[in-house]
Design a protein. Structure first.
Length: 643
């Protein structure tokens, strides 16, 4: 297949991704005084904050976003973190970090994290078929084209990617672009091998990122090592946490933000427990990083971490003065965050009041059925994931053992009820509440599954603890931990990796490749157009036949670059209806000249009763005198405009 890379390119792309996500955040975290698990967990989020701020601000001052400006911004962040840490150490000496886990426990958590990451990676690649496969969903070409656009032009602005589809007299929408900015750096450093490969390796590591975030959450709240290991394993198992939305969309920025959301609670706890410049810096960067990934991620972080504040304020024996103290401490964080991220905030406000319609999604279930889907870990799948349900039941039975992490039960309750409301109602109140997530039940069920999988992991860990308390002392606790965790992996048949991968597969491939949105022959035609077209030449195309991937694959601009036809440029709209009248319509010829269109590329037409193409002006082009056919295969054709 045209999109299938080599093993060497797979390894290189993964290695470069880890470098891009790791080095900036690692250096910044070290300068800010982070060590150990917290450093490991916050590193990717810090890197996304650095890149997510660097892109829009370099564009605002007229500089390109590239590897060098990304490195310069990293140096600035490291310097600020180091300076604030020095100030903190001199005036507010931090207490030593308590040792929560033994060396054996540390290695056990590492092993569980590796298993969760590996099986999650396997499930993703199994669904894709291979790394480098083209995602078939409608959101994918927008991300793919955006990554290439940033890498090619250096435009890191919050509106630049949109100009590929909304150009000339159209208004490009605001879109947070931290995901795309770092992916563009990765694509550049790998020698521009493949946009699909760049996206796929970013997708395949998401279960591992989520597992790491939850491990760090347990470590920050002094949970047991067995709990951290069990939570890591349980987080990679539910089909609704990441795999469903990998198939549908895929929802790249949302899924990335979801995987990093638990870190909001980590940064918030560290700051409120020791209000100081260094912890304040980390909380600001964490909040801004989540916002830069996607606007809804920051709202999701509030839903996730908000109950932590409730437990701080209302737990027995906790002084009421914490309420006022915490609010006063958070006020400067909010002010600084607004100043640093005002480009993203004002862009999000503009989008809320802009021209893109907000219609929401249809209701899925009755509310009771939605709750059943959560507890059964079964959304639209044919079978529930019953071992997760059993672990969740144990988690509820032993819930009091969560100690300082009991607030996550409130998180599960809030996000679960939010999903039930969105899945069962389109009332104005629900629509208004769910607007940051576009009223999408898939996003809400993913947010609810994260705390539920945490509680399921707690159930597995509590089983080990209960057995240790009731079996004879001669049975070592570590042996019980190994047996229980291995038993969970075995009972779930490798954390449901096979069935999760099968659920993901329809978003990347089908039994008959010619039934895909982007078929292998359409991809071959787009690559051929890349060889035929001269720099700056555009191609006329349809919005829904797969050719919207042309720019991402080849760099050749097309009239339509996304399946979203909301308020398109006036010339694009006119060409979509009248292109075949090129010889007789001077307005068509004028638009062709203005856009420098030299080519037409058409993919496989839609099946009846659908119209062949959503652009009536592209129907029955064969044989028209102003077009010369230069390439054809079973699914696609390329024409050159004569003269």
């Amino acid at each position: 297949m045209p999109s299938e890379p080599t093993l060497l390119s797979d390894v290189a792309s993964l290695a470069v991704l880890l470098l891009v996500l790791g080095l900036p955040g690692l250096l910044t975290g070290l300068a800010a005084g982070l060590r150990g698990w917290v450093l490991a967990g916050l590193t990717p989020l810090l890197s996304y904050a650095i890149g997510g701020l660097a892109g829009p601000w370099t564009a605002a001052v007229g500089l390109p976003f590239n590897t060098w400006t990304f490195l310069v911004t990293t140096v600035v962040f490291v310097a600020v973190a180091f300076g604030l840490r020095r100030l903190t150490v001199r005036r507010w000496p931090p207490a030593a970090e308590p040792r929560a886990w033994s060396a054996r426990g540390q290695w056990g958590v590492v092993l569980c994290l590796l298993v969760a990451t590996g099986l999650g990676f396997y499930a993703a690649v199994r669904g894709m078929g291979h790394l480098g496969a083209i995602a078939q969903g409608g959101d994918a070409p927008y991300a793919a084209n955006g990554v290439r656009y940033i890498a090619t032009t250096g435009d890191g602005s919050l509106f630049g990617m949109g100009t590929l589809n909304w150009y000339a007299d159209a208004q490009p929408p605001f879109y947070p672009n931290a995901y795309h900015l770092l992916a563009a750096i990765q694509y550049t450093l790998t020698g521009s091998v493949s946009i699909p490969l760049t996206l796929d390796v970013n997708t395949a590591i998401l279960p591992g990122l989520l597992a790491l975030s939850l491990v760090v959450l347990v470590r920050e709240f002094r949970g047991r090592a067995v709990l951290a290991g069990a939570v890591a394993l349980a987080s990679a198992a539910p089909v609704m946490s990441t795999y469903e939305s990998m198939s549908r969309g895929p929802l790249f920025p949302f899924l990335l933000g979801l995987a990093l959301t638990p870190l909001a609670a980590v940064a918030l706890r560290r700051y409120l427990d020791r209000v100081a410049p260094d912890t304040g810096f980390l909380l600001v960067v964490a909040a801004v990083g989540l916002l830069c990934i996607h606007s809804s991620t920051l709202f999701g972080a509030v839903l996730f971490a908000g109950p932590l504040l409730l437990q701080r304020w209302f737990s027995p024996g906790r002084a009421w003065h914490r309420f006022g103290h915490d609010l006063l401490a958070l006020l400067p964080i909010a002010v600084v965050s607004v100043l640093v991220a005002w480009l993203q905030l004002f862009g999000a406000l503009g989008l809320a009041n802009g021209t893109l319609p907000y219609l929401g999604w249809p209701s899925e279930y009755r509310a009771t059925t939605a709750i059943g889907a959560l507890l059964g870990f079964q959304h639209w799948e044919p079978h529930p994931q019953l071992w997760l349900s059993a672990a969740l039941l144990l988690g509820f039975i032993f819930f009091r053992r969560l100690g300082d992490l009991r607030w996550i039960g409130v998180t599960a309750l809030i996000t679960g009820l939010a999903y039930a409301a969105v899945a069962s109602s389109n009332s104005p109140l629900v629509m208004a509440f769910s607007r940051p997530w576009w009223d999408d039940p898939y996003r809400f069920i993913s947010m609810a599954i994260v705390p539920l999988s945490f509680i399921a992991g707690h159930g597995v860990a509590s089983l080990q603890q209960w057995l240790s308390e009731h079996l004879p002392p001669r049975v070592p606790a570590v042996i019980l931990a190994v047996l229980v965790l291995l038993g969970f992996v075995g009972a779930t048949k490798g954390l449901y990796a096979t069935t999760n991968g099968d659920r993901l597969a329809p978003g990347y491939r089908s039994a008959n490749p010619h039934d895909q949105t982007v078929t292998p022959d359409e991809e071959a035609a787009m690559l051929q157009l890349g060889h035929l077209a001269a720099p700056g030449e555009w191609a006329m195309n349809d919005r829904l036949d797969g050719t919207v991937w042309t720019y991402a694959l080849t760099g050749v601009r097309t009239v339509a670059a996304h399946d979203d036809g909301t308020d398109p440029p006036s010339e694009a709209r006119y060409l979509a209806y009248h292109f075949r009248d090129y010889e007789t319509d001077p307005e068509v010829r004028s638009a062709v000249k203005n856009l420098n269109i030299h080519w037409v590329i058409q993919g496989r037409p839609m099946a009846p009763p659908n119209p062949q193409y959503v652009s009536p002006g592209l129907v029955n082009l064969a044989g028209l005198p102003f077009l010369e056919q230069v390439y054809r295969n079973s699914d696609a054709v390329i024409y050159r405009l004569k003269g």
